[in-house]
Structure formats: structure tokens, C-alpha cells
Design a protein around this ligand. Structure first.
Ligand SMILES: *[C@@H]1O[C@H](CO)[C@@H](O)[C@H](O)[C@H]1NC(C)=O
Ligand SMILES: *[C@@H]1O[C@H](CO)[C@@H](O)[C@H](O)[C@H]1NC(C)=O
Ligand SMILES: *[C@@H]1O[C@H](CO)[C@@H](O)[C@H](O)[C@H]1NC(C)=O
Length: 170
């Protein structure tokens, strides 16, 4: 038997359910809205991180954590070294096999000075003063190293050839 009270309470329940549904809808909207903001924030962060890792100035080429500059001009070893210093970089330092493959490929047939030299009877040193741990061959009897696609060789530093500078990305 349906008493007026029961009808009243059923009616009340329906209103309650209605309100609940409304609330759910509202929460869903809020949730979607917040997700969207979060998604935009993530994309924006990723994008800025990405453009930061890509950052090498014009004319510099990025490879992993380094930027390299290949000159089109030619100079002797000392003047090339000075040029790189003036750009806040070093005459190319080569730390990995990957660096080496990249530099040789990019240098092509042109000879390019790199940041290794030696004094008579001493070991090869990088321009930062660190002794070269000979993980690649430097052929020839010169005191200044250069490379091209054929590998790394040495000469007296007087000739004017191209050069490569390197610097860390950050
Ligand atoms: C000098 O450069 C070489 C070659 O990039 C590097 O292995 C070495 O850690 C550097 N030394 C210093 C003191 O920065
Ligand atoms: C390097 O010098 C040594 C001895 O002085 C000589 O036998 C050799 O042929 C030279 N190599 C080159 C590539 O000039
Ligand atoms: C290298 O070039 C500079 C500038 O052209 C010159 O002043 C210097 O004497 C040269 N050094 C050597 C060792 O040839």
C-alpha cells in the first residue's frame, strides 16, 4: 500500500538521485578541465626541455651533450685554438667513438685541426692540459693533430687548414 509518506520519501529519493547525478556531472567536468590543464602543462614542460636540449647556436651542430663548429675559414693550429677560445669553446675535444665517427664524417676530405698537440718527446695533450689516453691513432711525426674522413694525423702546426671547435651544450 502506498502511503502518502512513502510517496513523499520516494519522491525525495528521486530528487536526491537527481542532485547526485548533477553533482557527478559537475565533478566530471571539473576533472576533465583539470586534466586538460595538466596535459597542457606537461606538453609545455616537455617542449621547453626539448628546445633546451636542442640548443646549439647558429652554425653549431649538436651531438648529444656537445656543440661542434666546423670552420669554413682556414688558419694555423695556434690561431684556430685562439678562435675557439674566443667563442667560449675549445679546439675540438673528442671523448667518444660516436664523436669521432661524427666528426670524421662531417669533415669529409678537408683536413681540420683538433685540440691535441705535443711538445717534442712528450705525450699528446688536449688543450685543457689533460694527457691524451691514446684510444685512437694519431699518425705522422708532427706536433699538432688534425682529422678528416681518413682519420687523425699530425703535422707541424704552420699550415692553414680548417678547424673544429667543441663545447658542452650547457
Ligand atoms: C680535458 O679534456 C679531455 C677531453 O675532452 C677530457 O677527457 C678531460 O676530462 C678534460 N680535463 C679536464 C680537467 O677538464
Ligand atoms: C717519423 O719519424 C721516424 C723517425 O724519425 C721515421 O722513421 C718515420 O718514417 C717518420 N714517419 C713519418 C710518417 O714521417
Ligand atoms: C699562425 O697564424 C697567425 C695569424 O695568421 C700568425 O700570426 C702566427 O705567426 C702563425 N703561427 C705559426 C706558428 O705559423
Amino acid at each position: 500500500m502506498i502511503t502518502p509518506e512513502l510517496r513523499e520519501s520516494r519522491h525525495g529519493n528521486r530528487i536526491c538521485r537527481q542532485i547526485h547525478k548533477l553533482k557527478k556531472g559537475w565533478m566530471l567536468h571539473l576533472c576533465m578541465y583539470l586534466s586538460l590543464i595538466l596535459a597542457i602543462a606537461i606538453v609545455a614542460t616537455k617542449h621547453s626541455k626539448c628546445s633546451r636540449t636542442m640548443a646549439c647556436e647558429d652554425e653549431w651542430i649538436g651531438l648529444r651533450k656537445k656543440c661542434f663548429y666546423f670552420s669554413s675559414d682556414t688558419k694555423n693550429w695556434t690561431a684556430s685554438k685562439r678562435f675557439c677560445s674566443s667563442q667560449g669553446s675549445e679546439l675540438a675535444h673528442i671523448d667518444t667513438r660516436e664523436d669521432m665517427d661524427f666528426l670524421r664524417k662531417h669533415a669529409g676530405t678537408s683536413m681540420h685541426w683538433i685540440g691535441l698537440n705535443r711538445k717534442q718527446g712528450e705525450s699528446w695533450k688536449w688543450t685543457n692540459g689533460t694527457i691524451f689516453n691514446p684510444w685512437f691513432e694519431i699518425s705522422g711525426n708532427g706536433s699538432f693533430a688534425f682529422l678528416n674522413a681518413d682519420g687523425v694525423r699530425s703535422s707541424r702546426g704552420f699550415i692553414d687548414i680548417k678547424w673544429i671547435c667543441s663545447k658542452p651544450k650547457f
